[in-house]
Write a protein that binds this ligand. Sequence first.
Ligand code: UDP
Ligand code: MG
Length: 153
Amino acid sequence: MASELTFIMVKPDGVQRGLTGEIISRFERRGFKLVNLKMVHASKEHIEKHYEDLAGKPFYPGLVKYMSSGPVVAMCWAGKDVVKQGRILLGATNPLASSPGTIRGDYAIDVGRNICHGSDAVESAKKELELWFGQEAAGIQYERAIDQWVYEN
Ligand code: UDP
Ligand code: MG
C-alpha cells in the first residue's frame, strides 16, 4: 500500500472557529490515515521558515502575523496520492474560487483567512514535516484494520 505523506495544518482562524474536528473528519472519512498531530503556537520565525518561498510577496508580512497569532493544529496524513488529494479536499487558495464541497469553499471567504494549509508537492511535504515534526517527520507507525476496506490491495 502506498505510504505517501502530507503536511496538513488547521490555521489559527480554523482553530478559533471550531473547525479542527470538521477538517480532521474530512480526511478521516475519505480514508486517509492520521499519523501525527500536535497543537502549536508557532513563533514568527517558525512561520517565516514555513513560508520562506513567499518572502517578498506583498501579503507576506500579514501572512506571518496571521499564522503566528494563535495556535494551529499540525498534522501528518498518510495514504495513496494524499498530497494531491489533500489539496483537492482543501480547495483553491482563494476561498472565493473554491468549489462548494471543499473545506475552503464551505467554510471560508477571504484568502488571508482560508483556515487550512496543505503541502503542494511530495518534496514540500517532506520539508514541511521535517520543519514541524523534526525527528517524528515520518509519523507514528501503526496498522489499521479498516485499510482492507479502503484499499483493494
Ligand atoms: N495568501 C494571501 N494572499 C494571497 C495569496 C496567499 O494571504 O494573495 C496566503 C493564504 O493564506 C495562503 C498562503 O498565503 O494559504 C500561502 O499561499 P500559497 O500560494 O502557498 O497558497 P496555498 O498553498 O495555501 O493554497
Ligand atoms: Mg502553498
